[in-house]
Design a protein around this ligand. Structure first.
Ligand SMILES: [Zn+2]
Length: 277
């Protein structure tokens, strides 16, 4: 990574993209047209576009536009999808789109299934509400389940998928880049880490668990791209002091968060959400 540019560039963070073809609009996704406009209108601003979560729409939509303008992006990738693991959270975005008129109905269905399997604690709900005042109470409850009990969260989603005969395995293959696409991407763009399985509570894992998540992610990706990797973006921007120790051990020199922070360091590089541009 070119460290001279590092703390002075503005890093933009993006996830999903949609077009009129094979990629449907999901919550927060950016249209191909909009992304092209953003890139074109900000050419003078030294923006560096960064992308999280290994999403195929980034390869087919964002990469094309970056290449057109000869810009080099940073793609932070997870690797669980190469090991028969499923990200029920990401799959649920397409599931909701296909089977629900709106997210509120989905939230109600989810919480009906959960019944007494979890006890919501007022402190957790309040804490979430303070950080994310724009979420309604049902969305907050579901996010609390995701943070506190990922196994239960996944179990409920899987039940919902099966009840609608939704082929979630095929759906996942449509969401993530394959190895060939990652290799192609690495020819012009920087590949970064984003942990192996994208734990939502990454900052709560102990040092050994964090090491496993990062080391495994690094090993798989370096084998695919045949290059060393020295950058990471933390899942949901979550990290702690132990993470920095692990990164130093693994020769990762730069870490990116998911928002803007005034405290700048190589392990806490701010990113501006593309939806805020
Ligand atoms: Zn992510």
């Amino acid at each position: 990574m070119n460290s001279s540019k590092n703390l002075n560039s503005t890093y933009i963070m993006a996830h999903y993209f949609h077009d009129k073809g094979k990629f449907n609009e999901v919550q927060g996704s950016i249209s191909k047209k909009k992304f092209k406009e953003i890139v074109k209108n900000n050419l003078s601003k030294n923006y560096i576009y960064t992308f999280d979560d290994s999403l195929k729409s980034q390869y087919f939509i964002a990469k094309k536009i970056l290449d057109e303008y000869n810009l080099k992006g940073i793609f932070f990738l997870n690797t669980f999808q190469f090991e028969e693991m499923y990200n029920f959270n990401e799959i649920s975005k397409l599931f909701i789109k296909r089977f629900y008129k709106n997210k509120k109905i989905f939230y109600r269905d989810f919480l009906k299934r959960i019944k007494k399997q979890i006890k919501f604690n007022n402190k957790d709900i309040k804490e979430f509400k303070a950080n994310c005042p724009f979420y309604d109470i049902n969305e907050i409850k579901i996010r609390v389940v995701r943070l506190k009990n990922i196994n239960l969260y996944n179990k409920i989603l899987k039940e919902m998928f099966l009840s609608k005969k939704f082929n979630y395995k095929a759906c996942q293959r449509k969401i993530y880049m394959n190895k060939r696409e990652i290799y192609e991407l690495s020819k012009k763009h920087t590949i970064g880490l984003h942990t192996h399985s994208h734990p939502f509570n990454f900052h709560k894992l102990n040092e050994k668990e964090q090491y496993y998540e990062i080391k495994k992610n690094k090993t798989i990706l370096e084998k695919i791209i045949k290059k060393k990797i020295d950058v990471i973006s933390y899942p949901i921007g979550n990290f702690n002091n132990q993470t920095i120790k692990v990164l130093k051990k693994l020769k990762i020199t730069h870490g990116f968060i998911a928002n803007i922070s005034n405290k700048k360091s190589h392990y806490k590089i701010s990113r501006l959400n593309i939806n805020k541009l």
